[in-house]
Every structure is written in structure tokens, then in C-alpha cells.
Design a protein around this ligand. Structure first.
Ligand code: G1P
Ligand code: ZN
Length: 542
């Protein structure tokens, strides 16, 4: 074992979802090593522990895994479970951690961010429950990165990641395991595969799954084509590539353009779905019909009793604060609890562990449940398939009848990407200063009822997370929420979320941009987006 002196990097602070930087940044001498050693120091002692390792297959994945293996051996881990080819989708990693009762896992991914030598990379630590490290642990890891003096590594040959096999190096057993099998087995226990199989192998129902050249390619082909009998070719862009084919592996209307084009009205394809770089996000489309992730979450919760996993009912659900309140309406109809958490999956972990919730989600194309501790793209698609198969309806019919029962929460998110950090900070500081005076003021047709910066007290461990986004709550059941992204890697990304409730008897057929237009104008008037950033329109609208 060699101890190598570690240069200290001051920017190794995990964000919404682990440490994310450009590949070049990660390639600085000792940069990856310092962060990995800091994780190991934070969870010490490593002796006797089992660690899962896998990533989304992006550029630098394999090299990073070889480094982590050598460091894990040097730090005396008992066992490493590594996905074949260095691959594990994020939900599959969570599944493997839980199934084999590992002590934790390292997931290499920058999720939906592009990959390649000039693009993004990321490292995330998940705990033994399979959940992303809670804030206290990520803060401790960050503290270690500032105090680190050396890292431990062994000089051994690279391990063959492509063959399922076991070997031993020093005190560490290294198992290369199937990346797909455990996850696929878990899915089969949660859904009615028989009813989905008859839907997918019939002639009237066609689906298209866009894997976006990212990690879900193999998972979707195995589950949707091989196990559920959908015709070959149902999964498109199925071959995972280190640069995702040059695309941006984010399943939304902008980046999943090929799928959106295929799903135009008249295409005869009933269900369209896509997943992101590491397989935890999903987008659901009907034929010529987009389903907002907030609505998708509400539909899944409302129809949970149709899914074998939730036969005995739900006790609670949760959504991140900026996610629309469509879920809350379902919860109140079911008379179950509904929690509002800060943005980021890590806040759902305690609620899931404590059995307070079974289903949860975020507006950012993240939906999941208590089967793992990560959001799960393919799981959401299987939920829809199962619901459609039982109901014998199209996604559009299911969505419209949902709105007719619960009313519709119009929702949109506007992202301003790569804005100047100082501009973003000035805008936020000015808005923050304005907050106390805003309640009672009217802007256009919107009167502010409450204006604050969201804080959350975790009901399980009482930990406080403050500064989680500025909320403008209007008296006409509308909201505007402002946050800065914690996952971006260049400049600042400003996210503004808008939603407004329309009751079941109101106009349910508007284009969300039109339905929210006056709210969007009012938010600009209050926050001065254009004045501070110089931008006249968002880069991405979802
Ligand atoms: C974004 C999403 C958030 C999600 C995270 C990881 O974080 O907004 O909901 O949990 O990616 O997928 P952000 O960049 O907004 O901090
Ligand atoms: Zn992701």
C-alpha cells in the first residue's frame, strides 16, 4: 500500500447530487483520489465493509473505477461489488446495495449532463440503505477534503471489468456482477408482468423507449423487449456511449427531440418514454401528448392500488417543494400524508426508511418509490405500462380523466443556463431583501399571500435544511419558486418554477405557457430576471 501526499482542493463540495465537475477538473493530479479518500475517511473504518461501485458508462467511468478499486483495496474494504463493464444505473446501484446489504456505494455519474472529454463527470456516495448520502454526511465528506493529507492506493494491474468473475487483491474480494440481473428481478416483483406482456405483445399497442445512448439501454432492452415481449427496436438509441452520441442525455421535450418527433399525433405509438444518463429520470409521452412529471407522479399515486407493489395501499407520499401540488390533491383524496421536501432525492430517504411514504417524486423528471432509495426511470415507465394495461386506456385518456377528477395544476419550469455567478447572486440577494415587504402586494392579477425562503425540518431526524428556494405564494392558488441549480458545472443556472391550480370544472385544455403567462410576467416584475441577467428568455422550458 502506498500513501500519497494529497494536494488540497477547496472546491470538493458535493451539490444537489454528489460532486460534479468537468472531466478535465477531475483529472487534475489527485483530484479524484482526494475526494474518494475523503469519502473513505468520512465512513471510516473501511475494514470489513462492502462497497458497491458502478457508473453510467460516461467518459472517464472506467478509469475512475480502476482508481477506486485500487484505493478501496488500500483502505482494506472486505468486498467490492462492481457492475459488469463498470456499469450500474443509479437505481440499479441502489438496488444492489440493498439486496447484498452492502455498507454503501460509489456511483459515478453526472446524471443528465453531457459526457465526453470536455464534458461532465460526477461522484456520489450512497449509504447502506441505498440512498444518497444525507446532508450531514456530504458536509463531513467536504470537511475531510479540506483536511486531507494523503490518500491510500495499491499498485496492482487493472481489474478486468468485463467478465463476471471474482478475484482477491490483498484483503479485498472483488466481484464483477451483472449490471442488469438484480434490478430486472426486482422489477418483476413489483409489477404485473403478465398483463404488461399481453399489452406489449398485442397489435394495438406500440411503445417507443428512448435510452438516449445512456445507461438504460441494456436495462430497457432486457426488461421491455426480452422479458415483456415488446418487438425488437422498441428501445431506440439503445447502445450506451461514453459521450451519449454527442447528445444531452436529459429526457425532456428539448433534449429528447427524436422521441418527441416520433410521438407526433398520428404516429400510432401509444406510449413514449425516455430516461437520462444514469437511468433515474423519466419522461412519459402519449401520442402527441406530453405528460408533465408532476402529473405523472400524481397519476401513479392515484392508481397505485392497480400495481402489485402497492396492493395494500399507501400511507404517505412526498414531493419536492417546487413540484406542483397535483400529488397533494391525490393524497388528500386518499386521506394519506403528503410531505413537501427540498429539491434533491436525498431528502426522501428518511421518509422512505421510516415507512412514512411509499411513492415520491420531483418535477425534474424524477419519480420513485420504496423499492430502492433513488428515483427510478424505468420503474416509472413500468408503472405507466401496468396502469395502461389494466385500464385499457391511452396515456392521454388517463391524464384527462385524472384532471376531471382532481382539477389540473398547470406547471412549467424556466431555466436560464450558464448565467454569470455574480448576476445570479445579485438577483437573489435583491429578491431576498424584498421578501418581507411582498405579502399583500398585487402584481397584475396576482396578490402575494406569502413570500419566504423555504426551510425544511426532517420529521424523522429533526435536521434543518434552510435556504432551499424562494417561494412566492399567491392568493389565487398560484406559486412562483426561484432556485439556483446545485448540479450545474458552468456559471449559475437559475430555475424558476410556476404553477397554478385550475379546478375540475375550469379550462383544463390550455397550453401551460399560456395558462401561466401572467404569473411568468409577474415573477419577472418582482425578481427583475431580465434586468439582472440580461436574458430575455429561458434556455430550457419544461
Ligand atoms: C436537479 C433537479 C433536482 C434533482 C437533481 C438530481 O438539481 O432540479 O430535482 O434532484 O437535479 O437529478 P438542481 O440542478 O436543480 O440542483
Ligand atoms: Zn439522473
Amino acid at each position: 500500500m502506498t500513501k500519497i501526499e494529497a494536494p488540497v482542493y477547496k472546491d470538493q463540495i458535493p451539490g444537489t447530487s454528489g460532486l460534479r465537475k468537468k472531466v478535465k477538473h477531475f483529472r487534475q493530479p489527485g483530484y479524484l483520489e482526494n475526494f474518494i479518500q475523503s469519502i473513505f475517511n468520512a465512513i471510516a473504518p473501511c475494514t470489513g465493509k462492502t462497497l458497491v461501485i458502478g457508473g453510467d458508462g460516461r467518459y472517464f467511468n472506467r478509469q475512475a473505477i480502476q482508481v477506486i478499486i485500487k484505493m478501496a483495496v488500500a483502505n482494506n474494504f472486505k468486498k467490492l461489488l462492481i457492475g459488469q463493464g463498470g456499469i450500474l444505473s443509479t437505481p440499479a446501484a441502489s438496488c444492489v446495495i440493498r439486496k447484498y446489504k452492502a455498507d454503501g456505494g460509489i456511483i459515478l455519474s453526472a446524471s443528465h449532463n453531457p459526457g465526453g472529454p470536455d464534458q461532465d463527470f460526477g461522484v456520489k456516495y450512497n449509504t447502506g440503505s441505498g440512498a444518497p448520502a444525507p446532508e450531514a454526511l456530504t458536509a463531513d465528506i467536504a470537511k475531510h477534503t479540506r483536511e486531507i493529507r494523503h490518500y491510500n492506493i495499491v499498485k496492482i494491474d487493472d481489474i478486468d471489468l468485463d467478465i463476471i468473475a471474482s478475484c482477491r487483491r490483498s484483503n479485498t474480494q472483488i466481484d464483477i456482477i451483472s449490471a442488469v440481473d438484480d434490478y430486472a428481478r426486482l422489477m418483476a416483483t413489483l409489477f404485473d408482468f403478465t398483463v404488461i406482456r399481453s399489452l406489449l405483445s398485442g397489435h394495438s399497442f406500440k411503445m417507443c423507449f428512448d435510452a438516449m445512448h445512456a445507461v438504460t439501454g441494456d436495462y430497457a432492452r432486457t426488461i421491455i423487449e426480452q422479458q415483456l415481449g415488446a418487438p425488437k427496436g422498441t428501445v431506440i438509441n439503445a447502445v450506451p456511449l461514453p459521450d451519449f452520441g454527442g447528445g444531452h442525455p436529459d429526457p425532456n421535450l428539448v433534449y429528447a427531440r427524436e422521441l418527441v418527433e416520433r410521438m407526433q399525433a398520428g404516429s400510432g405509438i401509444s406510449l413514449g418514454a425516455a430516461s437520462d444518463g444514469d437511468g433515474d429520470r423519466n419522461m412519459i409521452l402519449g401520442e402527441g401528448f406530453y405528460i408533465n412529471p408532476c402529473d405523472s407522479l400524481a397519476v401513479i399515486a392515484a392508481n397505485a392500488q392497480l400495481l402489485p407493489a402497492f396492493k395494500s395501499g399507501l400511507t404517505g407520499v412526498a414531493r419536492s417543494m417546487p413540484t406542483s401540488r397535483a400529488l397533494d390533491r391525490v393524497a388528500s383524496a386518499l386521506d394519506i400524508d403528503c410531505y413537501e421536501t427540498p429539491t434533491g432525492w436525498k431528502y426522501f430517504g428518511n421518509l422512505l426508511d421510516a415507512g412514512k411514504i411509499q411513492i415520491c417524486g420531483e418535477e425534474s423528471f424524477g419519480t420513485g418509490a420504496n423499492h430502492v432509495r433513488e428515483k427510478d426511470g424505468l420503474w416509472a415507465v413500468l408503472c405507466w405500462l401496468n396502469i395502461l394495461a389494466v385500464k385499457g386506456k391511452t396515456p392521454e385518456q388517463v391524464m384527462r380523466s385524472h384532471w376531471k377528477s382532481y382539477g389540473r395544476d398547470y406547471f412549467t419550469r424556466h431555466d436560464y443556463e450558464g448565467i454569470d455567478l455574480d448576476d445570479a447572486e445579485n438577483m437573489f440577494n435583491t429578491l431576498q431583501e424584498k421578501l418581507p415587504a411582498l405579502a399583500g402586494q398585487t402584481f397584475g392579477s396576482h396578490r402575494v399571500g406569502q413570500a419566504d425562503n423555504f426551510s425544511y425540518v426532517d420529521p424523522v431526524d429533526n435536521s434543518l435544511s434552510s435556504n432551499q428556494g424562494v417561494r412566492l405564494l399567491f392568493e389565487n392558488n398560484a406559486r412562483a419558486v426561484f432556485r439556483l441549480s446545485g448540479t450545474g458545472t458552468s456559471g449559475a443556472t437559475l430555475r424558476i418554477y410556476f404553477d397554478r391550480f385550475e379546478h375540475a370544472g375550469g379550462n383544463l385544455d390550455l397550453d401551460p405557457q399560456a395558462a401561466l403567462n401572467s404569473l411568468i410576467e409577474c415573477a419577472d416584475e418582482i425578481a427583475g430576471i431580465n434586468a439582472f441577467t440580461g436574458r430575455s428568455k429561458p434556455d430550457v422550458i419544461t
